[in-house]
Design a protein. Structure first.
Length: 128
């Protein structure tokens, strides 16, 4: 399944690496380096999946996740948190904020593929 993916990460290198990996998997990718840019991007094109960094200056990824969940337009878009922190507390906080998944950086190609495929399977089962 090909998806339109939005990567939100303040690290240009990380965002570009993730985008390249996702493109290798056959997905179309947009990158936003700040939450504000992400919101502008979401107003132009709604992605099928969002890969979202937690640690960003100013508004962090958890707040962005909560914002996306409150907005009726973006409330159902699957969100995968991608963080360098593997502690359970961060995973719990991401889930509480509304994230659909959590990957630890550096996210491996197979892990990103499994996350997207898992979302596709869940969406397909909901549609039945």
């Amino acid at each position: 399944m090909q998806c339109n993916v939005l990567v939100i990460d303040d690290s240009k290198q990380t965002a570009n690496d993730m985008a390249e990996a996702l493109r290798m998997l056959g997905h179309t990718v947009s990158i936003a380096m700040t939450p504000r840019t992400a919101i502008r991007t979401l107003n132009e094109v709604l992605p099928d999946v969002v890969f979202l960094d937690i640690s960003m200056p100013g508004v962090d990824g958890l707040e962005v996740c909560r914002y996306l969940r409150r907005d009726p337009v973006t409330a159902t878009i699957p969100i995968i948190i991608v963080s360098a922190n593997s502690e359970q507390g961060y995973k719990d906080a991401a889930k509480a904020a509304g994230a659909d998944g959590y990957l630890v950086k550096p996210a491996l190609l197979d892990d990103m593929d499994q996350a997207i495929n898992g979302i596709a399977r869940r969406n397909a089962s909901r549609a039945e």
